[in-house]
Design a protein around this ligand. Structure first.
Ligand SMILES: [Zn+2]
Length: 276
């Protein structure tokens, strides 16, 4: 509970918590909110919390979110006939001197070895909702029996399988960045019946953009522009069921291009020229 208090009371570090834990006001909060009469020192807190496998913390995330879902309290988060799970990696720890067996390592030429931990986070989001609801994260840490570093993409394999297992009946659509625009990942999403919105860039997705360009000049893409009340013109172009890339010609994806025109200036975010 003291570990939870560090985050819930928004201490910037464990050290700060250690400095303040015996102040009267903090003691009162620890007692009334967390039932902690005597918070442990930082060494003891580490000794206890370090032993906890992050996966053991999943149950409350699953139970709370499932209850909200069952009581239809997540209806305001429904979007595109489902729920958007935004998935992204974040750094959590980095050091050149402190490390543990689960650390990933970065080897610099002629420099010290960098040790780090990262997390792959999944949160329930909606474009019109200010709040995001955290689902459980997956640790990006050195995996038993692996010689290579763990990475975001590997962790995502574990995370999305576990999300599907935890929420078997939810219509899930993941929102991911271009790192995830690859064949094996999209195949796994399809197998698990998970929809996806993955942003892509021409760099790294050359054959996909070539294909779109080709179809565009053959007039096979569809598009329209609308002028909004805010005087911004928004343009959309799309084509359905085109191959992701040459390595996965059978893997069909839908492609959506979007641009904005403000004060006559054009902001083309992804791909091709406008046709008119
Ligand atoms: Zn470590």
């Amino acid at each position: 509970m003291s570990g939870l208090a560090v985050f819930s009371l928004k201490f910037p570090s464990l050290l700060k918590f250690d400095e303040k834990r015996n102040e009267a006001r903090i003691r009162a909060n620890l007692q009334s909110l967390f039932g902690v009469r005597q918070a442990p020192c930082d060494t003891q807190l580490r000794a206890v919390c370090d032993q906890v496998n992050p996966a053991e913390l999943r149950a409350p995330f699953i139970h709370i979110n499932q209850r909200l879902y069952d009581h239809r309290l997540l209806e305001n988060f429904r979007y595109l006939e489902g729920f958007l799970f935004s998935i992204n990696g974040t750094g959590q720890f980095a050091s050149s001197s402190v490390c543990c067996p689960q650390c990933c390592q970065r080897h610099h030429r002629n420099g010290p070895i960098g040790y780090y931990h990262q997390l792959l986070a999944a949160v329930l989001v909606h474009p019109d909702q200010k709040q995001v609801l955290p689902l459980f994260p997956e640790a990006i840490t050195h995996q038993d029996g692996e010689s290579k570093n763990d990475c975001e993409l590997n962790a995502s394999k574990r995370l999305i399988k576990q999300l599907r297992e935890a929420f078997p009946n939810w219509p899930i659509r993941v929102v991911e960045d271009s790192l995830f625009a690859n064949g094996p990942h999209i195949k796994l999403l399809k197998e698990l019946n998970i929809g996806y919105i993955i942003s892509v860039k021409p760099e790294g997705q050359e054959s996909l953009f070539e294909e779109v360009k080709d179809r565009f000049f053959k007039h096979e893409t569809e598009e329209f522009e609308v002028l909004g009340d805010d005087k911004i013109v928004r343009g959309y172009r799309w084509i359905n069921e085109i191959p992701l890339n040459k390595s996965y010609p059978d893997l069909q994806v839908n492609f959506l291009d979007y641009w904005e025109i403000r004060d006559g200036k054009e902001f083309i975010f992804r791909g091709l020229p406008r046709s008119n």
